[in-house]
Design a protein around this ligand. Sequence first.
Ligand code: ZN
Length: 58
Amino acid sequence: MAVSPELLEILRCPKCRSKVEIDAEETRLKCVNPECSLVYPIRDDIPVMLIDEATVEK
Ligand SMILES: [Zn+2]
């Protein structure tokens, strides 16, 4: 797994402070808050938790 479960547990969306979950391909992290729905990239196994880098996916 690209991102450890322990790290996933502590990561929060910087916009809304909700949890994030990893997608099936393990290449992106998605905010679980449906009102927010920001998706953060993972680069070189490092989650990029920056609003500027995120995309919105409804
Ligand atoms: Zn969010």
